[in-house]
Design a binder for this molecule. Structure first.
Ligand SMILES: Cc1cc2nc3c(=O)[nH]c(=O)nc-3n(C[C@H](O)[C@H](O)[C@H](O)COP(=O)(O)OP(=O)(O)OC[C@H]3O[C@@H](n4cnc5c(N)ncnc54)[C@H](O)[C@@H]3O)c2cc1C
Length: 407
């Protein structure tokens, strides 16, 4: 192998988080030498291009949590970045609708959290007020959140990668990182048969972030469990029943938001996603083909305890996933005129959800620094919205290393 090419910072993973970390670093340290290594042939091939495309407002998250802070900060930056670069976005607003009396306390809590998280435009609606925003939706009460919207995240990722390259950074695709070793001057990395050296390594590997952390010798109890989200698309004329974003009140036991309606940036209306345990980290549909992946998921630390805790709801999700009729019933709770015949097959995405050793789903973002390596170990939704702020947060952790070593 040839002599390693040396950089100040090496980022593993060119999803929105890795690209936003790179963007924050070149802004805070002009002239920095930066390498982004991506295993796929293109950037943003996984979560960053397989999501709902929603710019989240910050409504749901526990005040004071990383998610609450970074979502609010990231939301404004996503809108600004899209506006500056001519990328599609729409601040369309969203409704969170309580359809059962039992959901009203959780709706109250969302309102309290939203106000604590600085959402100034929140409006509480009674059942009759829902029609002012979404004439086809019904419920007992709702919150309208004007700060929420949609954006073209794949286009944003492509733009960030191109902008990084224009500043002299290298974004190397088809370079899967397979070895990380520690050296006096930082880290040595092998990716796609090439060797690289860097003072600092930032792990933004999404669905593989725990594996990349293990490669770097980090002993974290956190494991990634993949949760697939499956979508349907509304056929015409049913798509006309939804103006913007219509969500249920989420089940507070899970970090997922429940099957909802999203009028995307291209005007199509999606229904979903559900949350089904995936039998592989990149298992988007059909029967899993890589059996070592299946074994790795089901024998993984945390998985069995997770399955024991949540087997009942997991089973229900699986049954719904197989039945468009059941899926339609979930959708009808919010928009009663929808029928199973209106649901066309849509895409899917796989969430990188971190699970603790006790099987508990970890709600907040987790970012850990260990020596000259920094690891983004849990960045599920609203990770796309929060990515600019996660980028700045991580860049601040990298900064002392660059300063300390003579930059
Ligand atoms: C179904 C679904 C719906 C969602 N909806 C929303 C939403 O509406 N709004 C929102 O804000 N968020 C949403 N999210 C969450 C959001 O998409 C993610 O939080 C965000 O994309 C995470 O970005 P990332 O860069 O961490 O991960 P990714 O985009 O997955 O990028 C990680 C990258 O690392 C690469 N990689 C992995 N291992 C290696 C290796 N060994 N060497 C080199 N490269 C490697 C991968 O190929 C990948 O490109 C959703 C997610 C899903 C799955």
């Amino acid at each position: 192998m040839s002599e390693p090419q040396r950089y100040d910072v090496c980022i593993v993973g060119a999803g929105l988080v890795g690209l936003a970390v790179g963007t924050a670093l070149v802004e805070s340290h002009p002239g920095i030498s930066l390498l982004v290594l991506e295993k796929e042939a293109r950037v943003a091939a996984h979560q960053s291009s397989h999501n709902s495309g929603v710019v989240h407002s910050g409504l749901y998250y526990r005040p004071g949590s990383l998610k609450a802070r970074l979502c609010a900060e990231g939301r404004d930056a996503v809108y600004q970045w899209c506006a500056d670069a001519g990328i599609g976005f729409r601040r369309s607003g969203k409704l969170v609708v309580a359809t059962r009396r039992s959901e009203l306390p959780a709706l109250d809590e969302l309102e309290r959290r939203g106000r604590a998280n600085g959402l100034t435009g929140l409006i509480r609606l009674d059942g009759a007020g829902i029609a002012d925003f979404e004439p086809a939706a019904t419920g007992l009460a709702a919150l309208h959140v004007p700060e929420a919207g949609v954006a073209d995240y794949p286009a944003l990722a492509a733009h960030l990668a191109a902008r990084l390259e224009s500043t002299g950074a290298r974004v190397a695709t088809s370079r899967a990182v397979t070895v990380i070793t520690h050296e006096v001057a930082g880290v040595a990395v092998v990716a796609g048969g090439e060797r690289f050296g860097a003072r600092v390594l930032v792990n933004c590997a999404g669905l593989h972030s725990d594996r990349v952390a293990a490669m770097a010798g980090i002993d974290t109890p956190i494991r990634i469990v993949p949760f697939r989200g499956e979508y349907y698309r509304l056929a015409e004329p049913a798509a006309g029943l939804v103006r913007a974003l219509v969500y249920p009140v989420p089940d507070p036991r899970f970090p997922f938001l429940g099957v909802h309606f999203t009028r995307r940036i291209d005007g199509t209306v999606e229904v979903g996603p559900n949350a089904v345990l995936a039998l592989g980290r990149e298992h988007y549909r059909g029967t899993p083909r890589v059996w070592s992946e299946v074994r790795a998921v089901v024998t993984g630390r945390g998985f069995r305890r997770l399955a024991l805790r949540h087997w009942r709801s997991g089973l229900q999700e699986l049954i719904t996933s197989r039945s468009p009729r059941r899926y339609a019933r979930l959708a009808q709770r919010l928009v009663p005129a929808i029928t199973a015949a209106d649901l066309l097959p849509g895409g899917s995405g796989v969430r990188a959800q971190a699970v603790g050793p006790d099987g508990a789903l970890i709600d907040d973002f987790v970012i850990e620094a260990a020596g000259s390596t920094i690891h983004v170990l849990n960045a599920p939704s609203p990770g796309a919205t929060a990515s600019p702020a996660i980028g700045r947060h991580v860049a601040a952790l990298v900064s002392p290393w660059l300063g300390r070593q003579g930059r």
